[in-house]
Design a protein around this ligand. Structure first.
Ligand code: ZN
Ligand code: ZN
Length: 303
C-alpha cells in the first residue's frame, strides 16, 4: 500500500492555512517528497510525519514556490542525524540549483546524489516502486511524476508443474528469488499467473493541459493536478501564465479515466476554491477540492 499526503495546496506563495503544494508518499518504509516550497517542513511537522524516511526528493521545476523550502529541510534532516544518502531528481540543472541552495546548508552529514532528467520521459526503480517523470508544458521545463507499485501475478501451481519447477523452490521463487540448479534457471514468472493491477498515483502541476498528462495518468487510482483558477473568465490568464483552470484539470481526469482527482496549487487570489466544487464535478464527479494535509492510503484491489 502507498500512503499519500498532500502537504499543501498553494501556488505562488504560502498563505495562513495554505502551505505550498508538495506531496509526500510512503511505500515500504521509504518516503518520496515531490516539490519542496517554502514552509514544506512545517507542513510535515504539522501532520506529525517524520523526516527521516525521506530518501528521494523530486522537483517538478525550479520556480521558487516548488524549491525554496529545500535548504531548511536539508538542515533539519542533518540535525536528525541522517547519514544515509539522499537522492534529488529534477529537470536539467538540478545539481546547480541544489548546490546554490546548499550555500546556506554547506555541512551535511549525508551525501546528496542529484539525478538530472533531460529526456521527455524517464523511469526509475526505487525501493520497490517505479517513478516515471514526464515532461509537461509550463514557461520553464517542468515534469509531472507517476508512482507505480507493480503487483505480481497469483501463484499458479499448474503452471509450476508444467514448467517442472521442483516444489521445494515454490516459496523462494514467490519471494522473487532466481535459482540455478542442474543447468536450469528458475524464475518467478514460471510459477505465477499474469501480472495484476497495481497502484498508480500521478502528480502534476504548473502546466497547460497537454495530452501527455492524461496519457500518463491513465487509469490512475489517484490523480493530483493543479487547478490555479476556479472562477469563471480566467481561461486567458491560464493560457498566458501556462497554468490550468479547475475545468481543464477535470477534463484531463475524465480522459485519463482516473478513479479520483485532487486539485491543488490554487492561486493566492482564489480564497474559497470549494465554491467551484459543483461546477467542476459536472465534468469529473470524483473531484476533491483539497486542503492542507489531505491524506489517503492506496491499496491493491481485492480481486
Ligand atoms: Zn507553482
Ligand atoms: Zn511554476
Amino acid at each position: 500500500m502507498l500512503d499519500v499526503c498532500l502537504l499543501g495546496t498553494g501556488g505562488m506563495m504560502p498563505l495562513p492555512n495554505r502551505w505550498l503544494t508538495s506531496l509526500l508518499a510512503r511505500y515500504n518504509g521509504s518516503s518520496i517528497l515531490i516539490d519542496c516550497g517554502e514552509g514544506t517542513q512545517i507542513a510535515i511537522k504539522e501532520k506529525g510525519l517524520t523526516f527521516k524516511p525521506i530518501d528521494v526528493i523530486c522537483f517538478t521545476h525550479f520556480h521558487a514556490d516548488h524549491v525554496s523550502g529545500l535548504p531548511g529541510l536539508l538542515l533539519t534532516l542533518g540535525n536528525a542525524e541522517r547519514t544515509e544518502p539522499l537522492t534529488i531528481i529534477g529537470p536539467k540543472g538540478v545539481e546547480r540549483v541544489v548546490n546554490s541552495l546548499r550555500a546556506i546548508a554547506p555541512e551535511l552529514p549525508f551525501k546528496i546524489n542529484c539525478i538530472e532528467i533531460t529526456e521527455p520521459t524517464k523511469s526509475f526503480n526505487i525501493n520497490g516502486y517505479i517513478l516515471e517523470a514526464f515532461k509537461v508544458n509550463h514557461n520553464v521545463t517542468c515534469y509531472g511524476y507517476t508512482i507505480k507499485i507493480p503487483r505480481a501475478g497469483k501463484f499458479d501451481p499448474q503452471k509450476a508443474e508444467q514448467n517442472e519447477v521442483p516444489r521445494s523452490m515454490w516459496s523462494k521463487l514467490q519471494k522473487g528469488a532466481i535459482i540455478e540448479e542442474n543447468g536450469k534457471t528458475y524464475t518467478q514468472d514460471m510459477i505465477l499467473g499474469p501480472e495484476r493491477k497495481g497502484i498508480k498515483l500521478t502528480y502534476c502541476t504548473d502546466t497547460r493541459p497537454v495530452s501527455q498528462i492524461w496519457e500518463n495518468a491513465k487509469d490512475a487510482d489517484l490523480f493530483i493536478c493543479e487547478g490555479m483558477y476556479g472562477e469563471p473568465g480566467k481561461e486567458a490568464k491560464a493560457v498566458e501564465y501556462k497554468h490550468m483552470t479547475f475545468y481543464e484539470a477535470a477534463e484531463l481526469a475524465k480522459k485519463a479515466n482516473a478513479k479520483e482527482m485532487w486539485l491543488t496549487h490554487y492561486s493566492p487570489s482564489l480564497v474559497h476554491p470549494e465554491e467551484y466544487a459543483d461546477e467542476v464535478k459536472k465534468i469529473f464527479p470524483n473531484t476533491k477540492i483539497s486542503k492542507n494535509g489531505r491524506m489517503t492510503t492506496l491499496e491493491f484491489e481485492e480481486k
